[in-house]
Design a protein around this ligand. Structure first.
Ligand SMILES: Cc1cc2nc3c(=O)[nH]c(=O)nc-3n(C[C@H](O)[C@H](O)[C@H](O)COP(=O)(O)OP(=O)(O)OC[C@H]3O[C@@H](n4cnc5c(N)ncnc54)[C@H](O)[C@@H]3O)c2cc1C
Length: 311
């Protein structure tokens, strides 16, 4: 069976691309190495999103559920736990190979976000050995935080927003190495209104405990401070893991990101890209831009496959 299109990645970009290809009645298969929803599900399910048009605020998990339900209602087939390893050239089709299975299509959209990304590590004593025993890179379920001591590390939107969420049930401290936050002003204002304690210009010296996290040692401008902690949540960004992409015969930039033109065409005819994975001048990594690029990629794929008279 040869489908019109295979979309690799079921984050906001991939799901939106599917909505658009199905509105053109292209047979569409969306593959995801993990779960549909992308970073919204895997990195920040509880975070509120305040900049997706039409919703003054929507929880990331809810937005991803809506995107997925919309894609399914349009008739997209969505297959989770399928990691695309290769995009090979078949006879008048592409063959997308996974570890055990393969699928064929006339066109492909690459929407793999930052790939199978890994959280960035702090690299301090205690981090590795206490991982999942109090040290984590995503906020645990809110119920498990009730009346605990939570130390959040980071200065971006995600760290601040997760600290605010934790603060609603736990004694929460935010630690950041700089003297001001990278987060949006509106998020900093929300932090100001919360009860989150802060340590700025502060580094983590060690995370301490035997069986589980018991405390953290901070270096506050030369003065060492030990704080009690049940959870240490490290939220200092992610390291993209785009190794798979190197095998797909596509032009990448020096950082390993996928080069596209304004039609979201890659260097390989019939293969398009959208979302966090693509790079072009002025690229801005947001959900709404991923969705916009997805609409363009889907339209370009439609023109490539169906060759309408107007294209
Ligand atoms: C902590 C944090 C908070 C954020 N907050 C906001 C916000 O408030 N507002 C906003 O607009 N943006 C926000 N962003 C950015 C936003 O999440 C991304 O821009 C968006 O998720 C990009 O969507 P995407 O579909 O391109 O990629 P992703 O969401 O990363 O989805 C890509 C999907 O591809 C899959 N995949 C990867 N490799 C393969 C493979 N080989 N085979 C098959 N599947 C594969 C992955 O499993 C993943 O599901 C935030 C990002 C972070 C990290």
């Amino acid at each position: 069976m040869i489908r019109d299109i295979i979309i690799i990645g079921a984050g906001p970009a991939g799901l939106t691309a599917g909505i658009y290809t199905r509105s053109r009645k292209m047979s569409t298969l969306i593959l995801d190495a993990a779960s549909a929803g992308g970073q919204l599900i895997s990195l920040y399910p509880d975070k509120g999103i305040h900049n997706y048009p039409g919703f003054a605020e929507i929880q990331a998990k809810k937005l991803s559920e809506r995107l997925m339900a919309h894609a399914e209602s349009m008739g997209c087939e969505i297959l989770e736990s399928f990691r695309a390893m290769r995009i090979e050239q078949g006879e008048e089709c592409f063959i997308v190979r996974g570890e055990k299975e393969e699928f064929r299509s006339r066109s492909v959209i690459v929407a793999i976000g930052m790939g199978l990304f890994k959280p960035r590590k702090l690299g301090v004593p205690g981090e590795e050995c206490l991982h999942r025993r109090g040290v984590d890179y995503v906020l645990p379920e809110k119920d498990s935080l009730v009346d605990k001591h939570v130390v959040m590390i980071g200065g971006g939107n995600s760290a601040l927003e997760m600290a605010i969420i934790a603060d609603s049930v736990a004694d929460t401290t935010l630690v950041h190495r700089r003297d001001c936050f990278r987060a949006d002003e509106s998020v900093v204002e929300a932090l100001d209104r919360s009860g989150v304690r802060r340590f700025l210009e502060t580094n983590i010296v060690s995370i301490n405990g035997d069986e589980k996290v018991e405390s953290v040692t901070l270096d506050c401008g030369g003065e060492l401070v030990e704080l009690p902690a049940d959870y240490v949540i490290i939220n200092i960004g992610t390291t993209p893991d785009l190794e798979d992409l190197k095998e797909w015969g596509l032009e990448l930039d020096a950082d390993g990101l996928l080069c596209v033109d304004s039609d979201m065409k890659t260097s390989r005819p019939g293969v398009f890209g959208c979302g966090d994975v693509v790079i072009y001048p002025g690229k801005y990594r947001q959900i709404v831009t991923a969705c916009g690029e997805a609409a363009t990629a889907a339209n370009s794929a439609y023109k490539f496959v169906k060759k309408p008279y107007w294209a």
